[in-house]
Design a protein around this ligand. Structure first.
Ligand SMILES: Cc1ncc(COP(=O)(O)O)c(C=O)c1O
Length: 382
């Protein structure tokens, strides 16, 4: 069948590509995907099972069950947001929330500014929405932090929206309050809307605190905050995320949801309610586990010649430079897969500025990280 230009223009995720390539090799260690190695905490699993037994097996409202919307609104007060249930929409993962946010903030032919490097699914979202992408480069010298003046230099009258992602996948950069204030000044001056992807808001290290741009003066009405249960509660397969913003935008997104999937799985929504209402020690423990894995990976990478690495401030990825190896990022990732049976993602999968880097996930098991490091060391030595 001849497929549409829209489908053909949609790029394939470079992360998935590595994942698929790896499937043809045996004895592979995957440090490629952002999949928590922890299981969903048992009390959340139990709540999901109980919900099924109690008959939560029907459609729910498009925007999600009211109790979960309220609980999410309440959680947002941790980030200084003063919202209620009507400002919240429950979505099929943060991915769907970003797509719907883009669909309600831009029209086909409008421009959206996206950080480079970034989570590559943004390119797919923009292709579906018919929005043109303007990439704002970030640099290792700046610890890959987004600069307000770089954003401003790209704007045209057609630029309607900006996507930011803090903590960042793939770079681990966490934007400070000052940096977000600078960005918000540009946003207000040019009347932009912001889609703030805060999927890793709880996975943050070394005493930093997550700041949401929506909490800054004048920003609440023009920002759609996107977040997820996937990473915070190790719930990737449950597929629940959410968007928080102006109630009119949320109503429009819920309307679009009817044509996409009607609503999110009912029992998964009940499990997420239990996640928010229940004890939060499980989150603290997992984040502490990630911190230990991060430090282990960083000290191992330091011993490998040709690789140098910044300390990630949040998320669970390191983004080391492989420029010293004299290979492109794709060549390096392929070499590591073929010769070391270790999956990493080439930095170029995250945008042009990712060339010269690879992304290594440290959310898996400690054993895999240890063995992965040994194999990488050996492959580079050879
Ligand atoms: C930056 C970022 N945003 C959104 C997502 C999507 O998360 P979800 O599983 O909630 O769709 C991911 C997943 O890796 C991500 O890294």
């Amino acid at each position: 069948m001849q497929t549409s230009r829209r489908a053909e223009a949609s790029p394939r995720s470079g992360i998935r590509e590595m994942f698929d390539l790896a499937a043809s090799y045996e004895d592979v260690i995957s440090l490629g995907i952002g999949e928590p190695g922890f299981q969903t905490p048992p009390h959340i699993v139990e709540a999901g099972v109980k919900a099924l037994r109690e008959g939560h097996t029907k459609y729910t409202p498009n925007a999600g069950i009211p109790s979960l919307r309220e609980a999410i609104a309440h959680k947002m007060s941790d980030y200084g947001l003063n919202v209620n249930g009507e400002n919240v929409m429950v979505t099929t993962g943060a991915g769907e929330a970003i797509l719907l946010s883009l669909l309600v903030t831009t029209d086909p032919g409008d421009e959206v500014v996206i950080p480079d490097p970034c989570w590559p699914n943004y390119f797919g979202h923009a292709a579906i929405a018919g929005t043109n992408v303007k990439l704002v480069k970030t640099y290792e010298e700046d610890h890959f932090h987004l600069r307000a003046e770089s954003i401003e230099s790209l704007l045209t009258p057609r630029t309607k929206a900006l996507i930011i992602n803090t903590p960042s996948n793939p770079t681990g950069a966490v934007l400070s309050r000052q940096e977000l204030e600078d960005i918000s000044r540009v946003v207000l001056k040019h009347d932009l809307k912001v889609i703030s992807d805060e999927t890793y808001s709880e996975i943050i290290y070394d005493g930093r605190r997550h700041v949401s741009i929506a909490s800054l003066p004048g920003m609440a009405d023009r920002t759609i905050v996107v977040n997820s249960f996937s990473k915070t509660y190790a719930m990737t397969g449950w597929r629940v995320g959410f968007a928080v913003g102006d109630s009119n935008a949320i109503t429009q997104m819920a309307k679009l949801q009817e044509s996409v999937s009607s609503c999110v799985n009912a029992s998964a929504q009940q499990a997420c309610l239990a996640a928010l209402r229940g004890p939060q020690d499980c989150v603290k423990e997992m984040v502490e586990g990630y911190r230990k894995r991060r430090d282990m990976l960083l000290s191992g990478l330091q011993e490998i010649p040709g690789i140098s690495c910044l300390v990630p401030e949040g998320s669970f990825y390191v983004f080391p430079s492989i420029k010293g190896l004299g290979l492109s990022s794709r060549e390096a990732a392929m070499k590591f897969l073929r010769e070391a049976r270790v999956v990493v993602v080439p930095g170029s999968a995250f945008g042009e500025s990712g060339e010269g880097y690879i992304r290594i996930s440290f959310c898996g098991s400690r054993e895999d990280i240890k063995e992965g490091l040994n194999r990488l060391r050996q492959a580079i030595k050879n």
